[in-house]
Design a binder for this molecule. Structure first.
Ligand SMILES: O=C(O)CCC(=O)C(=O)O
Length: 234
């Protein structure tokens, strides 16, 4: 990414509606991602449990991540998909590395927050991501179906992914979302996604930020201390 202007985004909304996700290959600049990755490492070191690969609530503990939640370039992209109003709920740091190489199991995020309003998440690549170091995989169009989850298999996911689905579809339907550093994937909380295992052993740090419409709080929202309106109604 050579410029700080918002990327051109033709057809983003239609693609999100049809496929349940869309990819923005160049949303942030490499120098921004280097700064956020070093902040992610600090947050994990100072706040996360040893060997945890997921840390929920980065924006609640870091002013840098709080600011990232309403970064103008990110908001410009979100407004293509959510034209009315936007609230930030929470974010999390999720990484794969040489030591923590397991694949995230297939799931949709709504399984973690049943009976709440629809949400979407922005998965931001703080490192370049390929199939070999743990890229996100999605099942396009799966947001239109309902999926029955079972308890995640802790042996393969560090006990951090408690909801999982055993794939019963043709693997050719899956899309691996390779991205340069600073790329992003926006996906519905109904979309099935997973990750590749990190067989290359190269760092794959990501920040996943979650948004919903800016109506009054639901009880589910209240524990998320950094939630705030990003784009007001009207
Ligand atoms: O980055 C990943 O491996 C996926 C993480 C994920 O799907 C989640 O935390 O819900």
């Amino acid at each position: 990414m050579k410029t700080s202007a918002a990327p051109e985004l033709p057809g983003l909304h239609a693609q999100y509606e049809r496929e349940g996700y869309c990819v923005i290959p160049h949303l942030f600049e490499e120098h921004e991602c280097r700064q956020w990755k070093s902040e992610a490492l600090r947050v994990l070191r100072e706040h996360a449990k040893a060997s945890a690969t997921v840390y929920v609530g980065a924006a609640a503990t870091s002013p840098l991540f709080y600011a990232l939640a309403s970064h103008p370039r990110l908001v410009a992209v979100l407004r293509e998909i959510m034209p009315h109003d936007i609230a930030f709920l929470s974010d999390k740091i999720v990484y794969k590395s040489q030591a923590q190489a397991f694949a995230t199991p297939w799931h949709c995020d709504a399984a973690y927050w049943p009976s709440t309003r629809p949400k979407l998440s922005v998965w931001i690549a703080l490192d370049a991501v390929s199939e070999d170091n743990g890229a996100l995989k999605v099942l396009p169009g799966s947001h239109r179906d309902r999926w029955q989850h079972h308890d995640g298999d802790g042996r393969h996911s560090n006990n951090e992914f408690t909801q999982a689905i055993v794939p019963d579809w043709d693997a050719a339907r899956e899309k691996v979302c390779e991205l340069p550093q600073g790329g992003a994937i926006i996906f519905s909380d109904r979309l099935l996604h997973a990750s590749c295992p990190n067989i290359a052993g190269l760092d794959r740090y990501s920040l996943i930020s979650t948004y919903h419409a800016a109506a009054a709080d639901e009880p589910f929202d209240r524990p998320f201390a950094a939630r705030h309106i990003v784009w007001p109604t009207g």
